[in-house]
Ligand binder design. Sequence first.
Ligand SMILES: Nc1ncnc2c1ncn2[C@@H]1O[C@H](COP(=O)(O)OP(=O)(O)O)[C@@H](O)[C@H]1O
Ligand SMILES: [Mg+2]
Length: 256
Amino acid sequence: MLKIDKVTKQFGGVIAIKDVSFRVKPTEIFALVGPNGAGKTTLFNIITGAFKPTSGHIYFKDEEITGLNPVKIVQRGIARTFQNIRLFGSLSVLENVLIGFEQSLEYTYFEALLRFPRFFKQERIHKELAMEILKFLGIDKYAALNAKALSYGNQRKVEIARALATEPDLLLLDEPAAGMNPKETDELADTIFKIREEKEKTILFIEHDMKFVQKIADRVMVLDYGKTIFEGKPADMMKDEKVIKAYLGDIDVESK
Ligand SMILES: Nc1ncnc2c1ncn2[C@@H]1O[C@H](COP(=O)(O)OP(=O)(O)O)[C@@H](O)[C@H]1O
Ligand SMILES: [Mg+2]
């Protein structure tokens, strides 16, 4: 489904990603973990076309997508959510999902305002589809509310709904459980399973919560300073010496 082939990304003197390769299979739930600054979000930005890699190639459904712009990548069938929630607080939940149908996730507020009247002229079908997605995620009852009025966990679901509205085959979730309470985290796990089972999507997600990773991931890759230090089953990850060292190192830094 997705093949990352020897990707490197350099920002000036900083090598954020170094020679990273991996594959994600259809309908797999694949986790990307690693300490802060490991290069995880950079990798998402490269896959979604926000950044061009310094070197290396990306293939999606057997076609090279390296260097395509973000809109083209969405059209090919890759959608994402962001580490920091990017919803339009003054728009309703439904309107936020309708933005997904515009086939691009990189909106400025100004652009959204310009495009806004067009949303009303869209075929009724868009609204029906958006309502269907909200229902699927169990948040249809909030459709008319301002996105800002929702709980944190439900705002994350609205972001997922907006990504699903682009009808992706591959869904990228950047720290979807960050800031969630245990109940919200459990619900999120159920939601991700449901997206895989019922919508047959492939999911690549970044996460720090190891329990969450162990619970839902089929496979996991650990990045440290831009390099792959582990790839395999979540159960084996916690026993891996390099992984333990990377995380203990992280704790050391934080406790100083
Ligand atoms: N747009 C950018 N310009 C310069 N450096 C960046 C940029 N984005 C990320 N970096 C650097 O790349 C490294 C990896 O960052 P990031 O991918 O955000 O890590 P993670 O998501 O794993 O916490 C960091 O050193 C960060 O400062
Ligand atoms: Mg990040």
